[in-house]
Write a protein that binds this ligand. Structure first.
Ligand SMILES: Cc1ncc(COP(=O)(O)O)c(C=O)c1O
Length: 450
């Protein structure tokens, strides 16, 4: 390219950094595994995509006329039709999130995916250079959502051994805000996912309340990404020992906290949701920003909704799915039972190979510790935080035909942790785990190649 200043500086900035998560996804998607058609392909245990409910979804959607000519035109509104928003309110939030005050369709803006929700939210609350606080490890997509378009900054809070589920972290979060402010950064929000991605656990009520108080004290927005709310399984279904249960916090939505204004100005509290996870519809692209108490933010979100307008076909299909509470209840129960089954299989396999992991109970994934496979010649550099060991194990996995997401993509400082998505049918999971373990064993013996 010979043209000077071909791109805006903000677009050029996006091209400057590397995005490991995206690199892996592109590799895995270019050569997808299929039992019948591509056994040499890559089994995807890296992306949080739930493949456990495809038959049920096929059945539900077979009843939608996707060639209905009404769907060829624009939908009712860029921020979602009234009917679909009311289904979200009545059949999802009011039914499963136990809100202290009932939720209404008019309190939400729909977008083309939860990534777009977080992007649009950031655009509406941050100017370029403003900061959004997140504790590590965190879902790596937040980096893109927050930085790529709005040019806000992610302020990573490294907990370094302090539990992300306890109260002790609040001081570290406060230190991060104080530091950022002393350097002249305007801190605008705290974002977290509950259930936690990548750790697959839920926050206790007292911690949610502490987060609310923290937001209020610092006068920043607080966005609870609750996209895995219905992907929490009953631990009893796993048949695993009770002592191995993470800590049995059920999912508690921030919406369910009574009289939230005791802890935080209500206008600062928001929830993100979407259809990619609990309804296994990553490809549909539907996200929700629910902001029950901040009409100004909703108006701002509506002012840019035209760029993230869901397709009419998606809207029609989702309207069908979410119209029927009984279908949703059956779907959710079956999904949770299958997640429990895949989780159990994963845990048993990890244990057979003495691979440490963090027990989980929500989401599609488990956080695993593959440090024992780091080849000896890389151990000291890995301990010093240099990531080539993690990359080596990761590339060995891709070569063996399995994609697992590396800790770096979640801003984990310790080298050698991975997030493994188990939400695929057990036969595929079995082969994927086998490939992963073979690759790890090979990588660990790779000293000779050094
Ligand atoms: C916590 C969290 N939020 C948002 C998203 C993005 O979801 P969507 O596919 O709706 O953009 C993901 C996807 O992995 C996620 O894990």
């Amino acid at each position: 390219m010979t043209i000077q200043n071909n791109l805006s500086s903000r677009a050029a900035e996006n091209l400057a950094g590397s995005n490991v998560m995206l690199e892996g996804v592109i590799k895995a998607n270019a050569n997808k595994f299929d039992f019948n058609e591509n056994r040499d392909g890559i089994i995807n245990l890296g992306v949080a995509e739930n493949q456990l409910m495809t038959a049920e979804l096929r059945e539900i959607f077979s009843k939608v006329d996707t060639a209905d000519t009404k769907l060829f035109g624009y939908g009712e509104s860029p921020s979602g039709s009234r009917l679909l928003r009311s289904h979200f309110a009545n059949n999802i939030f009011n039914r499963y999130f136990k809100p202290y005050e009932s939720v209404l369709g008019e309190q939400m803006v729909l977008t083309a995916g939860c990534s777009a929700t977080v992007d649009n939210f950031t655009f509406c609350v941050c100017d370029p250079g403003d900061g959004i606080l997140i504790t590590t490890p965190f879902y790596g997509g937040f980096n893109t959502d927050i930085m790529a378009k709005s040019k806000a900054r992610v302020i990573e809070v490294h907990l370094d051994g302090v539990s992300p589920f306890g109260l002790e972290q609040i001081q570290l979060m406060q230190d991060a805000v104080d530091n950022a402010r002393s350097e002249g950064t305007r801190v605008r929000a705290f974002v977290l996912s509950n259930p936690h991605n990548p750790l697959g656990r839920m926050f206790a009520r007292e911690v949610i309340i502490a987060f609310l108080r923290f937001a209020s004290k610092n006068q920043i927005h607080i966005l609870f990404d609750e996209i895995y709310a219905l992907s929490v399984f009953d631990y009893a279904l796993t048949g695993l020992a009770k002592e191995e249960q993470p800590d049995s916090n059920p999912f508690i939505s921030v919406l369910s906290i009574p009289n939230i204004e005791q802890y935080c100005e209500k206008e600062l509290v928001h929830v993100a949701y979407g259809m990619s996870k609990d309804f296994c519809l990553n490809g549909f692209r539907c996200g929700v920003l629910l902001s029950p108490w901040n009409t100004e933010l909703l108006d701002a979100m509506r002012s840019i909704a035209v760029f993230t307008w869901m397709s009419s076909t998606t809207e029609a299909m989702l309207t069908k799915l979410l119209s029927d509470p009984i279908v949703i209840e059956d779907f959710t129960k079956t999904n949770q039972a299958r997640l429990a089954e895949s989780y159990t299989y994963t845990v048993k396999t990890l244990r057979d190979h003495e691979i440490p992991f963090k027990p989980a109970q929500g989401g599609h994934f488990i956080w695993i510790d593959l440090r024992k496979f780091i080849p000896s010649h890389l151990i000291s550099s890995a301990q010093a935080g240099e990531r080539s060991a993690e990359h080596l194990v990761w590339r060995a996995m891709l070569k063996e035909g399995v994609y697992v997401n590396l800790g770096e993509a979640f801003s984990e400082r310790l080298v050698g942790f991975f997030r493994l998505s188990f939400s695929v049918p057990v036969p595929m999971l079995e082969l994927g785990l086998k490939r992963m373990i073979t690759a790890c064993q090979r990588a660990s013996l790779s000293d000779a190649e050094a």
